[in-house]
Design a protein around this ligand. Structure first.
Ligand code: HMG
Ligand code: MG
Length: 297
């Protein structure tokens, strides 16, 4: 059975724009302000990582301080360490996310440490977050395949999801970072994880590199998952996963949900228009098929 409603967790301003070299702070702010008017309740607005690693996110402080925050919208940011947490707090983030990997190779390439070292590094962040009563989301990358290590065993995903939950993450976002997963493998992975972490605490985060994201989302919906990460206009990729393309487009997820009779609370036209605005600024077009179809009508 399908859920009655889903929560869309918008990651375009972070996962999308972390891969775009020339987006001005002003344009990021306008993009987030428009997203804020669409009915979205969760907007990832920045990332407090090393600017040497991801220079595209170096202006997250300015962005988060200057957006017009909409009541009822939770603005969050990525924090890999205590330094990032303190910056996120100063920027006014109301929620943060730690991000680990279910494969060793990606962990090393993305955050420069092993999985077990990363879990140790997350502990003091969790303590501080608890002290400040900031909810923490946990991302888990490479839940299907790793660009360095190959296929990820579902049990390994489950074990690390459990560890992140044990650390205090309220939700685990299962990332198919390079978008190679197909429905049966995704189903096996979700089954394994759901044996360790309650389904209601899981989200899916699918990149669309191989064109499977929507199909995999449908699979996840049938299994009871009701939080979906997506990126307006299909922006994005990952700087440490070569060839990875954007997340599933928010427009496409909304259209799918509309067709299935599932409420999202998000206005498709407003999202599409925000997507055209930001892609025009970077000299591109949305990759969202729904957005392109709407435009040609
Ligand atoms: P490191 O080099 O091992 O650590 O990086 P370090 O502590 O030696 O720091 C290196 C430099 O960065 C130092 O500067 C630090 O001060 C500075 P220097 O002394 O050389 O001048 N630094 C910072 N600056 C600002 N804010 C900070 C910060 N931390 C250190 N918070 C580290 C380790 C984790 C910092 C680094 O590897 C890093 O920043 N990685 C982030 C990579 C990243 O952002 N990847 C993309 C996001 S994850 C993703 O997209 C996947 C996801 O979407 C899910 C999916 O699709 O799978 C979430
Ligand atoms: Mg991602």
């Amino acid at each position: 059975t399908l859920p009655e409603k889903v929560t869309i967790f918008e990651v375009g301003a972070r996962d999308g724009l972390q891969n775009e070299a020339h987006v001005s702070t002003e344009n990021k702010i306008e993009f987030i302000n428009r997203l804020s008017q669409s009915g979205l309740r969760h907007i990832e607005a920045g990332s407090f990582v090393s600017p040497k690693w991801v220079p595209q996110m170096a202006d997250s402080m300015e962005v988060m301080q200057q957006i017009q925050k909409q009541p009822g919208v939770i603005y969050s940011a990525l924090t890999p360490n205590i330094r990032g947490f303190e910056l996120a707090l100063a920027a006014g983030a109301e929620e943060i996310a730690i991000f680990g990997s279910s494969s060793e190779g990606f962990s090393q390439h993305n955050i420069n440490c092993s999985i077990s070292e990363s879990l140790k590094r997350f502990e003091p962040i969790m303590l501080l977050a608890q002290k400040h009563q900031i909810p923490v989301r946990g991302y888990l990358s490479c839940v299907a395949d790793c660009p360095y290590d190959g296929p990820t065993p579902p049990q390994q995903v489950a074990n690390i999801a459990k560890a992140l939950t044990g650390l205090g993450c309220y939700q685990i976002s299962l990332g198919d970072t390079i978008g190679t997963g197909t429905p049966l493998r995704i189903a096996r992975m979700i089954e394994a994880v759901a044996s360790q972490v309650a389904l209601e605490n899981l989200a899916v985060h699918f990149h669309d590199t191989w064109g499977q994201a929507l199909t995999n989302i449908y699979q996840a919906l049938t299994m009871g998952i009701h939080v979906i990460d997506s990126s307006t206009a299909g922006l994005g990729g990952c700087p440490y996963a070569e060839g990875a393309s954007g997340n599933v487009a928010t427009e496409d997820v909304i259209y799918l949900c509309q067709g299935l009779g599932i409420k999202t609370g998000v206005d498709l036209d407003k999202i599409a228009s925000a997507g055209w605005m930001i892609t025009e600024k970077i000299g591109k077009q949305p990759t969202s098929r729904t957005s392109l179809a709407l435009k040609s009508q």
